[in-house]
Write a protein that binds this ligand. Sequence first.
Ligand code: KIV
Length: 272
Amino acid sequence: MSIHNENIRRVTTQRLMEMKKRGEKISMLTAYDYTMGNIVDNAGIDIILVGDSASNVMCGHTTTLPITLDQMIFLAKSVVRGVKRALVVVDMPFGSYQGNSKEALASAIRIMKETHCDCLKLEGGEEIIESVKRILSAGIPVMGHLGLMPQSINKYGSYTVRAQKEAEAEKLMRDAHLLEEAGCSGIVLEKIPAKLAKQVASELTIPVIGIGAGNGVDGQVLVLHDMIGLTQDFSPRFLRRYANLQEIMNEAIEHYVADVKSGDFPSDMEQY
Ligand code: KIV
């Protein structure tokens, strides 16, 4: 991890483990650019995720599948420049780690070398465990992601709650243990029953961060643009909107357009 300012105690994967041990909840949000990364970091977040949800939020795609390794690296580099304290986790995009663990390691090394982030996140359990192990063997911290895995949307066909049936819940629990035993630093659980998520968090010693997984886990993650109301078309039950920035921006932009049209902007004081 690069220490830019020695006065700031950075969040590390070890510190996250300590937080879990003492029962301190972990806060995590996404960011995809320098300015947002800087704002979120200054507000005291523990983990910043450069999520592949950038494919939806930043690029307007309907799934996370199209975003490329080069695009994720570009976004992550920008975020890392704005962050002094939080742990920066970067999503490995679809196609950069599944199927071939050597290619997975090559993708992981590129992300680490070029972005200077702290940790990588991969979706899946048993199916990708060879990739996870190979990446970990290079000393790169890994966070798992189970439950709703948006990169597998074409396999499941919908974004509904996962692991409601016993067989899927059992597999999720097995995968969670597998990821912990391999050496992962944490796991994100997306959109699964709260009872199951609580059970996973209590059986594992590594931090379990939930999104739509209830309050019995070790921390929470949300997509920043959703929780501050920049996006309005996505309203799952688990989302709490803390602001309506889309409304504030609309008002400001309409005001600006009106001022330009009327000739009110710029004033004498706003010119040279
Ligand atoms: O890409 C992302 O934003 C994520 C979160 C939803 C956890 O993976």
